[in-house]
Design a protein around this ligand. Structure first.
Ligand SMILES: Nc1ncnc2c1ncn2[C@@H]1O[C@H](COP(=O)(O)OP(=O)(O)OP(=O)(O)O)[C@@H](O)[C@H]1O
Ligand SMILES: Nc1ccn([C@@H]2O[C@H](COP(=O)(O)O)[C@@H](O)[C@H]2O)c(=O)n1
Length: 655
């Protein structure tokens, strides 16, 4: 199996000239072939799917030439039915080519065999065949009923002027019928049964038919009439706009990796439905700017999860499922049942691969809910011979983790130069040191954790409560009967802790332990295990792994001195011992725990003394840390001070 390793990436910024749209390219090629006159097709997509269509048209007697090395083609229309009356066509996994050619060839008066790759033979086509048979088409299934491959014989046109087709499996069935209808020479009305999915693709079909001189009358999304006597006429020359589905990966990169990332070739004037992907990204918190022929995405902080219906943009919605890994909270993608019959069963494939990265994924017949992990895990992604799986999952590298993409060449279906284009707008992270860290250290109950979590929220950064890892080690030791001075056993425990941080809560071995962790008994145990060098070493890389884009705020005792010595901003946050004991007392009472103020003062002082006296990573203010004395500060004032220190540092004004 070929694979491509993507290194951890930090930023995305730049401009991409998009390749032509696949949907528009293949429709224009078929329309140019059926039309009277010669069509200059500009900026055609260079991909497997368009090559399949060009080869098929050549087999059917259509003359076309490519202009030098460009993506401009000249197609000589045949002005109606294809001249070659007998042909065997191999159409790969190109749904657009297979469905539209099935409809056109069924009405062309010849004998044709249409085959695809194995996956194409698993993608249903029965609804289209049934509709064509109502017109008199002679189509047989060569293997399984309702699926390719197909054998087509000359149609015996019936009197029928109306056909019905189901709208909820693939909009390409309706597209095929619409494109082929003028070949009958009579008025044809196509009624849609059930809800029509992916409507924007029908808009593209109608728009392009109009450009080639055929008007379709419609009754909403229920019925479409192609009046008699219309023939396709070449518009002379026609330009293929950039692919809006392909734009989604770069726009998402801009939103995840800071941006701005600009795509050129699609914009507000686009006829493609997937341009509305930008709206979904905006709902997630990205900043979007758009002109007639360009779109730009950037983001200030972290994205947030959304709950939305994606029936109108099924292809680009896959990019939202991966962007959900970078959002705060869960993202719900509804009404995406058509994913099941695409290049692969995309709901199943997406859920399987997202889980490999640590996400929690719920999948249903037509929905997917994605909850991101606290930390992305490096993973090897299988792509299921699906170009969009490969392209979407490249975005994971922007989370600062390495990702391996199996069978990367599957992108050739629609975007052969994808990975080069992606590399041109992303920056590799060298040991992730360019991801900013704000390190807040200080004594117990000074307010470090409270302030750090609020600063993280304000900046959209990740948050690490490093003390929780020592507390978890102490709790796990207590539960397993490991003595608090058994250094080797404790280090082993620390290395293998099965923990989950989610939505402010902490789980140990699948059990929620957030409240138990906060007791002074566990705090004292933590302070004992934290004095052991082997335990600290065991937890070091675990803590560093939290350093993920766009940034990290962390609190503890040695965040600025040992774990993140290159932190952008280091704060030593403290308060008088009496004030800290008061704060802890209030905190425990609010949680419903019993507490005694003078005992607390004693326990805190004892713990701080132990933390300060130990030989490794002792509690002390580093020379490069800013002292933040909060005895007389409110939480908001402390947060504002940390933010000001960080912003001053970012704009180069000081430490
Ligand atoms: N500036 C402040 N003024 C008043 N109360 C504060 C302030 N900062 C934090 N607190 C309160 O003090 C309590 C202790 O804060 P927190 O748990 O964040 O401390 P900590 O330093 O992270 O403690 P530990 O090291 O034990 O984990 C919380 O109830 C918090 O709301
Ligand atoms: N970076 C750190 C963080 C914590 N500890 C030890 O864990 C104890 C509990 O920490 P809290 O912040 O949750 O109170 C603490 O007393 C330290 O002994 C540490 O060593 N290094």
């Amino acid at each position: 199996m070929e694979f491509l390793d993507l290194s951890p990436l930090t930023r995305a910024r730049g401009t991409i000239q998009l390749p032509g749209s696949k949907s528009i390219s293949n429709r224009i090629l078929l329309l140019s072939a059926l039309a009277q006159g010669t069509t200059d097709v500009r900026s055609l997509l260079d991909s497997d799917d368009t090559r399949v269509m060009l080869d098929a048209l050549a087999c059917l007697g259509v003359n076309w030439i490519r202009r030098g090395d460009t993506q401009d083609y000249v197609v000589q229309g045949v002005g109606g039915a294809f001249p070659v009356k007998q042909a065997e066509l191999s159409l790969g996994n190109a749904g657009t080519a297979f469905r539209s050619l099935t409809a056109a060839l069924a009405l062309c008066g010849g004998n044709y065999t249409l085959r695809g790759v194995p996956r194409m033979h698993e993608r249903p086509i029965g609804d289209l065949v049934d509709a064509l048979r109502q017109l008199g088409a002679q189509i047989d299934y060569l293997d399984n009923a309702d699926f390719p491959p197909l054998k087509i014989a000359p149609a015996q046109l019936t009197e029928a002027s109306e056909v019905a087709v189901r709208g909820n499996v693939s909009s390409q069935f309706l597209t095929g019928l619409l494109l082929a209808a003028p070949l009958t020479g009579k008025s044809i009305t196509i009624r849609v049964i059930g809800e029509l999915i992916s409507r924007p693709y029908i808009e593209i079909t109608l728009n392009l038919m109009r450009r080639f001189g055929v008007e379709v009358e419609r009754d909403g999304w229920q019925a479409f009439t192609v009046p008699a006597g219309q023939v396709y006429r070449s518009p002379g020359s026609i330009y293929v706009e950039g692919d809006a589905s392909s734009a989604s990966y770069f726009l998402a990169a801009g939103a995840i990796g800071g941006g701005p990332v600009r795509v050129e070739g699609v914009g507000s004037a686009s006829i493609q439905g997937d341009i509305r992907f930008a709206e979904a990204l905006q709902q997630m918190g990205a900043t979007i700017a758009m002109g007639g022929n360009w779109v730009e995405a950037s983001a200030q902080g972290r994205l947030h999860g959304i709950d939305a219906d994606f029936n109108h943009i099924p292809d680009a919605a896959m990019t939202i499922a991966v962007a959900a890994l970078f959002a705060q909270g869960s993202t719900m993608l509804r009404n995406i049942g058509s994913w099941r019959v695409k290049e692969t069963d995309r709901i199943h494939a997406m859920a399987t691969e997202l889980r490999k990265l640590g996400a929690t994924v719920e999948e249903g017949a037509d929905f997917l809910r994605v909850t991101p992990p606290v930390q992305l895990q490096p993973a090897t992604i299988d792509t299921y011979d699906d170009h969009r799986m490969a392209m979407c999952f490249s975005l994971v590298a922007l989370g600062g983790v390495a990702v391996r993409i199996n069978d990367p060449k599957c992108v050739n279906k629609t975007f052969p130069g994808y990975f080069e284009a992606f590399a041109s707008i992303t920056q590799r992270s060298v040991m992730s040191t360019d991801i900013p860290v704000i390190a807040i250290d200080g004594p117990s109950a000074s307010g470090k954790g409270t302030v750090a979590a609020l600063v993280a929220r304000a900046l959209g950064f990740h948050y690490l409560d490093s003390g929780a890892l020592y507390r978890l080690t102490a709790l796990a030791a207590q539960r397993r009967g490991v003595a608090l001075d058994d250094e080797a056993a404790l280090a082993q425990l620390a290395r293998n802790l099965d923990v989950r941080f989610e939505g402010g809560e902490i789980w140990l071995d699948g059990e929620r332990v957030s409240d138990e962790l906060r007791t002074e008994r566990i705090g004292n145990g933590a302070s004992k295990v934290a004095a052991l060098p082997a335990v600290r070493t065991a937890l070091l890389e675990r803590q560093r792994a939290f350093r993920q884009a766009p940034g990290l705020v962390t609190d503890g005792r040695d965040m600025g001195s040992v774990v993140f010595p290159d932190a952008a901003t280091k704060i030593f946050l403290t308060a008088s011992a009496e004030e800290r004991a008061q704060r802890r007392y209030k905190q425990l009472m609010e949680k419903g725990f019993d507490a005694n103020l003078s005992n607390l003062l004693e326990e805190l002082s004892e713990r701080d003394a132990r933390d300060a006296a130990r030989s490794v990573a002792p509690l002390k203010q580093g020379a490069d840390a800013i002292l933040l004395e909060t005895t007389h500060l409110s939480i908001d004032q402390a947060v504002a001070t940390v933010l000001a220190c960080y912003q001053a540092r970012q704009s180069g004004q000081g430490a």
